[in-house]
Design a binder for this molecule. Structure first.
Ligand code: ATP
Ligand code: MG
Length: 424
């Protein structure tokens, strides 16, 4: 160990476990790439006000969890705590919404930072894959995103997850509901901070995880009973489309989520094997966000799935992803001349598209064969002075244990032939 360790609330991804993270990012993004979503990448930090305005000053994310700092030049920045505000900012800046092809569909993958109390499944640096569909109000778009997330999780073999679905209403019906809810909440026995929350963001009180608060919330007015006709019809259409697609969901009228910008459709993916950090992903419609950050009206919908928690969910379900061996061929030279020759063979194999590795460091045969085994390679090439004198190398099939002499001149072709035969 060195003098230094990964900062509190962070961890390193190292082989072999790191392969799962790559596989999860690939599995989540594959359905998006097949559905018209283009890749977007934005900076790891932004003007702090983008998040203050976009995510909301009253949210935990902005008020407690944000890594905000001032640069030497006096700019007030923050490490990004989430992806949506940045992606929308970037899309507006690049005028993607003016290219005449709405919705603009984008996907992203990256690191996010929140100053949270670290615990299992909750870190200060974590990773998400997300999707945003910008500039269209269409229940089919909301349904598409939920269906694609469901498809991604299923492609990983996950089954113990549930989809929670709710509607948060819109600027027609939510203000009136907000007042009714505030009247109800003001009569409850709540702590100072929660009382403040009633005035700033009363819907979030419904989301309070504490049992004594939840007990008092029985009988609270529910948004579902106050939705305007347009929101009701919209929500019903999303539900119909999900059901037609065979996607099972649960209506959760208390689902609020921690960001201010959500309107109408809101949803969360929860996994039952993760204890209290059960949300593996979430999202919803954010029709007002563009205007909140100074853009035109662009009704949009999106989600972000947590890569870290998805890996934990795989582990909780005991799912081993079929991660192919990184190396197909491992070369073990015996002696100086063989080192030069086999290093050349490995280089040639790699140029021909075959994953190959080499016993570096001049170890003995036994140690090198151990590394060959550990590499997962299907074939090992061994060569010593005598083999080379005869113009041969020894090719060992690591599955059958059989070994044969192959002419050096034919070795890469022979290996490619054998590998493609065993693929088919
Ligand atoms: P939670 O309620 O658990 O705090 P959240 O509502 O804050 O989650 P979102 O902002 O919706 O989370 O982010 C989407 C996903 O990103 C979450 O479902 C989760 O999988 C992941 N995520 C969020 N915060 C963290 C974190 N601190 N550590 C690891 N993963 C996280
Ligand atoms: Mg959170």
């Amino acid at each position: 160990m060195s003098t230094f360790q990964a900062p509190k609330g962070t961890y390193d991804l190292t082989p072999p476990r790191s392969a799962k993270f790559l596989a999860v990012r690939e599995a989540i993004s594959a359905p998006l790439r097949d559905s018209g979503y283009g890749y977007i990448e934005t900076p790891g930090f932004e003007d702090v006000n983008l998040f203050a305005r976009g995510v909301g000053e009253s949210t935990d994310i902005v008020s407690k969890e944000m890594y905000a700092f001032e640069t030497r030049g006096g700019d007030k920045l923050a490490l990004r705590p989430e992806g949506t505000a940045s992606v929308l900012r970037a899309a507006l800046e690049a005028n993607l919404h003016k290219a005449g092809n709405l919705p603009v569909k984008l996907w992203y993958s990256g690191s996010y930072y929140r100053y949270e109390r670290p615990q299992a499944g909750r870190y200060r640096h974590f990773s998400q894959v997300g999707a945003e569909a910008i500039g269209a109000e269409d229940p089919a778009l909301d349904a598409e995103l939920i269906i694609l997330a469901d498809q991604a999780y299923r492609s990983l073999g996950l089954t113990e997850f549930r989809i929670l679905l709710n509607s948060l209403g819109d600027k027609e019906c939510r203000p009136a509901y907000r007042e009714v809810l505030q009247d109800f909440l003001r009569d409850l026995d709540l702590d100072e901070e929660t009382r403040r929350r009633i005035e700033i963001n009363p819907l979030r009180v419904l989301d309070d995880k504490r049992a004594d608060v939840q007990k008092q919330l029985v009988g609270a007015p529910m948004l579902r009973d106050h939705l305007c006709d347009a929101c009701k019809a919209y929500h019903e259409e999303v539900r119909v489309l999900l059901t037609a697609a065979g996607v099972v969901y649960e209506d959760d009228e208390k689902l609020v989520r921690g960001l201010d910008y959500y309107t109408r459709t809101t949803f969360e993916f929860v996994h039952d094997g993760l204890g209290s950090q059960s949300a593996v992903g979430g999202g919803g419609r954010y029709d007002g966000l563009s205007e909140m950050i100074g853009g035109p009206a662009l009704p949009s919908v999106g989600w972000a799935l947590g890569v870290d928690r998805t890996v934990l969910a795989l582990e909780a379900e005991g799912i081993e992803l079929p991660i192919p061996a990184a190396t197909s061929v491992y070369a073990v030279p015996l002696g100086e001349e063989a080192r030069r020759v086999l290093f050349g063979v490995v280089t040639q194999l790699r140029r021909e598209g075959v994953a190959a590795d080499f016993a570096f460091g001049g170890r003995g045969l036994k140690g090198a064969m151990k590394s060959a085994n550990r590499s997962g390679a299907r074939f090992t090439i061994v060569a010593g002075e005598r083999d080379l004198a005869e113009g041969n190398v020894q090719l060992k099939d690591m599955e059958s244990g059989e070994q044969e002499a192959v002419a050096l001149a034919d070795v890469t072709g022979t290996i490619r032939g054998k590998l493609s035969a065993s693929d088919g």
